[in-house]
Design a protein around this ligand. Sequence first.
Ligand SMILES: Cc1cc2nc3c(=O)[nH]c(=O)nc-3n(C[C@H](O)[C@H](O)[C@H](O)COP(=O)(O)O)c2cc1C
Length: 171
Amino acid sequence: MEDVLVVCYSFTGISRLAAQLLCSHHGWPMGEVADADTRDTLRCVLDSLLRRRPRILYRGPDPGAFRTVVLVAPIWMYRLARPMRSFVAQRREQLRRVAVIATMNSGGATNAFAEVAHLLGQPPVANAAFLQRELEDGTGTGRLLAFGDALQSSSTVVPPARAAERTAPAA
Ligand SMILES: Cc1cc2nc3c(=O)[nH]c(=O)nc-3n(C[C@H](O)[C@H](O)[C@H](O)COP(=O)(O)O)c2cc1C
């Protein structure tokens, strides 16, 4: 069985950037969740508010062939972006050991971690949140790569590493 697969969903490119950094530094393969239907910002908001499960496409290696899958996705409306939620719901049987990275402007990551835990029936082995700004200006790169290092060398739970987060509405 292979070790780590990174799977990202990205609407504007920030989560993809984080996923690519992790993959290029660690030599990990990457898979990508994409929208099956046209998406704009209004649709992101409506999918989130109405708790829709949008149709997705997945391009990448079989997650079931990996010991650990790192999910990288943005926060929308204080929740996990709905396309990544669709992916977790569809593939939960194949996801053995999951870590979650959320990208965001200010808050909502704790809700996203709880959503993944609820869908999987167990908490992620590790989670981390990064502000869009940290990924754009590079100030988050060291922490991101350290998260990957800890994940690679651990077989159990990695301590949480989160960006400072404003108080968010309850999940
Ligand atoms: C529709 C929508 C809703 C968002 N809601 C939140 C939010 O609740 N909290 C937050 O911190 N950022 C929010 N953001 C900002 C994104 O989470 C942030 O820009 C993220 O890094 C974008 O990742 P991406 O480029 O991979 O799509 C929202 C962005 C969009 C488009």
